[in-house]
Write a protein that binds this ligand. Structure first.
Ligand code: NOJ
Length: 747
């Protein structure tokens, strides 16, 4: 036997080396881990930034290149381009075990082609389109050496003061979950390993959107029931869609920073949900636990974060500096380190980086994706579909102002956003911040479509956010000389986004004053509102006859806007958040609980849950958006009055009629209300929607299938249950749906 032992060992080694390519990423990761020193393992858990696009303090440690060469860096962010990523990857390939790095970037709403900001895209209520834009973003980014996007942000957000509402899908859990899945599918395409697929990242785990007061990075305090019912389902949907990674969040949840929150990351995500991907910290969030007062120093912060399940340290260096000592001190078991390393290595194997670490660094592919015309067409399509028509009142001639005729003789374009470029990108277009030449300005977009014999008059009027009114006079004169004025107002690109919380949601600077001055000219006005969040604009909503919410639409903004203004496309966008009347109503969301003293109507103030100085309702409700045509929804019918808890199905049907003068799309929405429960239930919850196209005069019937699973909710023990009882069902074209019927959920 002794004679054969070396032979046996040799054949085992051969088997393992040659068999390696065929075995699973998990087995290959295990084998590699066996060869790794503790230092090399810890190296895999570190993520460093390059010196561009910092969203926090960059740790200055000068010798990044050397650390990469020594295998001390598992991933880098903010490195862009086939050439740049190749250079750094070459350094990583000089390390002893030649473990490639992963390159990550915030590809949030496009890369070379910028799409509408995610909140705007959600207003399309078209998940297939959102998947498509993520697909394109992934293809473009992957051609520039990127393996991983820190998107989608799936935080439910009910507070428009929070600047990051622009990055998510708004206030609704159901819609947010569908969007989360679509975006993950889009980014990851046909699966990791394809060179047009990037790893997606569900962030920010968890409840980051519920920061007290809407102030970014602030604390979150909420019941576990609320967390599970409202904030976690989009993350669950992302996990079920096989999202490759999660990112934790800056906030504390009920006193424990998310980064060190073991319940959330290890117990729930990794154990209960059986999630196999890895968790990256947010930028410096491990080190920030010292400022939180939750860790005395970096040593303790690293210990708490790794034990809780944060696998990779983005930029804080706490893992680099302390994990080894923590293992030697027996404060952190090596099995925890091994688990984190394994999760990361598996992704590297799945990405195919061990076969070819440079497979994403391809100059030819990069060139092809630099200015892809077909992608721009998609951006234009999503842009126009993101626009929400908030108001289109009949004028004294009995006609609405919109759509505008392309033959209108003199059109005045007034406002600081018409010739703006970057503002159309909005926040989080980090890859090419200075590449503004490709953006179609709103001025250009209108010009492209207006009849040759018509004339554009232009005046900036004022800046976005200062007190200078010196341009008013010229703007008033411009308006007076025109037949119609289009006013383009809103926020600058850096007014909604990370760390961009606002306490006032009014139009910034003197823009509202400008609007009032232009209004005095008596000219008909179309208002475009460009922003990343719900703004408050009551005066405009009361006085301006036509308002389009145009958000930040990206590269093709001008063309998308012109498509809608001139009616080549009939707008069908629906608000993904409730729009408040004043900041004092915030947080305001349609699916609030029923109180013991609900107000009967808007005037009822008598010891009921109401404001003495304001209505309860929002200025514009969730799900709201008009069309140039008119849709009637009627004839609500159920296939039965009862739905059995075990396997029952109910079909809800309505007729939708296009009773107006234009062909168009409508989003028909189904809401339910659980009338009595073992815990208090929301007054309405979205449970389904369908977007359909109807020719003018056409009627279609639309049906939804409801099962008992759709009616499940979390009880006070945080268990997901069904409860027999009475439900109301509402169908309409916003959350203000009144057409209703009842059904029973039976045992
Ligand atoms: C901080 C942000 O919160 C996060 O969303 C982003 O991905 C990282 N910075 C990296 O830029």
């Amino acid at each position: 036997m002794k004679k054969f032992l070396p032979l046996l060992i040799l054949s085992l080694i051969c088997l393992s080396v040659f068999g390696q390519k065929k075995s699973s990423p998990a087995l290959r990761a295990d084998m590699l881990i066996r060869q790794m020193t503790l230092d090399e393992k810890i190296g895999q858990l570190n993520q460093y930034t390059s010196d561009r696009n910092a969203t926090g303090k960059i740790t200055a440690d000068g010798d990044k290149a050397n650390q990469v060469r020594q295998g001390k860096v598992g991933s880098m962010l903010n490195v862009v381009g086939a050439e740049e990523t190749r250079k750094l990857q070459e350094l990583a390939m000089q390390s002893r075990l030649k473990i490639p790095m992963i390159f990550g970037l915030d590809v949030i709403h496009g890369f070379r082609t910028t799409f509408p900001v995610p909140l705007a895209e959600t207003a399309t209520w078209d998940v297939a389109l959102m998947e498509k834009s993520a697909r394109i973003a992934a293809t473009e980014a992957a051609a520039y050496g990127i393996h991983w996007t820190f998107a989608p942000m799936v935080d439910v957000a009910r507070d428009p003061r929070w600047g990051r509402v622009m990055e998510g899908a708004g206030e609704d859990t159901y819609l947010g979950s569908l969007v989360a899945k679509a975006r993950v599918n889009g980014f990851q395409g046909n699966g990791l390993g394809n060179t047009d697929a990037v790893m997606a990242c569900a962030k920010h785990f968890a409840a980051y959107g519920a920061a007290v007061g809407g102030r970014d990075y602030n604390s979150v305090d909420m019941s576990l029931r609320q967390l599970n019912e409202t904030y976690l389902p989009p993350f669950k949907a992302a996990a079920e869609a096989n999202v490759a990674t999660f990112m934790n969040s800056f906030n504390d949840i009920n006193g424990i920073p998310a980064t060190a929150n073991k319940y959330i990351q290890r117990d729930l995500l990794k154990n209960q949900w059986n999630y196999k991907g890895f968790v990256v910290s947010d930028w410096g969030s491990i080190g920030e636990m010292v400022a939180h007062g939750y860790a005395k120093n970096g040593y303790e912060a690293a210990m708490k974060a790794i034990i809780a399940g944060s696998d990779m340290d983005m930029e804080s260096r706490c893992y680099r500096d302390h994990l080894k000592q923590l293992v030697l001190d027996k404060k952190v078991d090596i099995s925890i380190i091994n688990d984190a390393v394994k999760r990361i290595l598996i992704k590297k194997f799945e990405l195919g980086l061990f076969e070819d670490p440079y497979r994403f660094c391809n100059i030819e592919r990069e060139k092809q994706q630099t200015d892809n015309v077909a992608n721009r067409e998609v951006a234009r399509e999503i842009g126009k579909k993101s626009i929400v028509l908030l108001k289109n009142e009949k004028l004294s001639n009995g006609k609405t102002l919109l759509p505008l005729s392309k033959q209108t003789k003199r059109v005045a374009l007034i406002g600081p956003l018409f010739k703006a470029t970057t503002a159309n990108h909005g926040f989080w277009s980090v890859a090419f911040p200075d590449d503004t030449a490709r953006i179609v300005s709103q001025y250009q977009g209108i010009k492209n479509q207006l009849d040759k014999n018509s004339e554009i008059l232009y005046s900036k009027g004022c800046n976005i956010n200062d007190t200078d009114t010196s341009g008013f006079e010229a703007a008033i004169a411009t308006a007076k000389a025109a037949d119609v004025v289009i006013l383009s107002l809103g926020e600058a690109a850096d007014m909604s986004g990370e760390a961009k919380s606002r306490s006032s949601l009014q139009l910034p600077g003197v823009q509202e004053e400008l609007m009032k001055e232009i209004y005095k000219t008596g000219k008909p006005i179309v208002l475009l509102l460009n922003t990343g969040r719900p703004l408050i604009f009551n005066w405009a909503a009361d006085n301006i006859p036509a308002i389009l919410y145009t958000w930040w639409l990206g590269t093709e903004a001008g063309n998308s806007i012109a498509d809608v203004v001139f009616g080549d496309y009939n707008p069908a966008g629906k608000l993904p958040m409730s729009f408040p009347r004043t900041e004092g109503q915030i947080p305001i969301y349609y699916n609030h609980y029923s109180t013991g003293r609900p107000a009967k109507d808007e005037n009822d103030k008598n010891y009921v849950s109401a404001y003495i100085d304001l209505q309860n309702s929002p200025r514009f409700p969730f799900g709201y958006g008009l069309s140039y045509t008119k849709f009637n929804i009627s004839n609500l019918k159920l296939s039965a009055n009862e739905l059995a808890i075990n396997g029952g199905k109910l079909t809800v049907t309505v007729d939708v009629e296009n009773a107006g003068d234009y062909d168009g799309e409508e989003v028909v929405q189904l809401y339910v209300r659980d009338l009595f429960g073992c815990v208090v239930r929301p007054v309405k919850e979205l449970k389904g929607f369908k977007k359909l196209f109807l020719k003018k005069g056409e009627t279609q019937s639309v049906s939804f299938t409801l099962t008992a699973t759709d009616l499940k909710f979390y009880n006070d023990e945080v268990k997901l249950i069904n409860e027999a009882g009475d439900y109301e069902l509402f169908v309409g074209n916003s959350s203000d749906a009144h057409l209703k019927t009842k059904c029973k959920l039976t045992l």
